[in-house]
Design a protein around this ligand. Structure first.
Ligand code: SAM
Length: 176
């Protein structure tokens, strides 16, 4: 079970990247995203995709990051904060992989220093600055217990039939 905690989202400039963090996490098997800012548009956009493409990914808008982390840890969950200053992912993935209740924390701008102490792991996806979307994708791929790209999404309205050329999308609602 994986949940994303998105910190520092600025509605005026991070809409697209936060939406992509959520969609990427969903596609790779997270169950939901907690947004520590108030932007209902993100929740609507992601849940709209989830409704059409299946599964039951959720977004919780405007959470208090500190109490979410504390609650998660009280329930026995572990916290992995993604930061380019952390331990490099190849050196930490083996241990993180063993965890069955994981919160992945991603920032936007500078994250509060306290996060570094609250996290069980501060993990770098290489010690170079890049993107929160890439950081989430690589982490979820490297810690997955089963092939994350082969998962199936139940109750989908739309399903893609993979093919070498062209596009085929089944509309399960229409074709029922
Ligand atoms: N300058 C910010 C800082 O000092 O933390 C980083 C901003 S970065 C655009 C936004 C988020 O992307 C970070 O909070 C982190 O979660 C993630 N990120 C970017 N590069 C990363 C890396 N190499 N390893 C892990 N996470 C990374």
């Amino acid at each position: 079970k994986i949940v994303i905690l998105r910190l520092g989202h600025r509605p005026e400039r991070d809409k697209r990247i936060t939406t992509h963090v959520g969609l990427t996490a969903r596609a790779l098997g997270a169950e939901g995203m907690l947004l520590a800012s108030n932007d209902k548009g993100i929740k609507n956009a992601i849940e709209d995709v989830a409704e059409r493409w299946g599964g039951d990914f959720y977004v919780e808008n405007d959470v208090n990051w500190k109490s979410e982390i504390e609650k998660w840890k009280e329930e026995g969950g572990k916290v992995c904060h993604l930061s380019m200053y952390g331990i490099n992912l190849p050196d930490a993935a083996g241990e993180i992989k063993l965890c069955d209740k994981l919160m992945i924390v991603v920032g936007a701008e500078k994250v509060p220093t306290e996060i570094y102490n609250l996290a069980d792991w501060n993990v770098a996806i290489g010690n170079q600055p890049h993107s929160e979307v890439a950081a989430v994708a690589l982490t979820m791929d490297r810690i997955a217990q089963e092939e994350p790209l082969k998962r199936e999404f139940g109750n989908a309205e739309l399903t893609i039939v993979p093919m070498e050329r062209g596009k085929r999308v089944i509309n399960n609602v229409k074709e029922e």
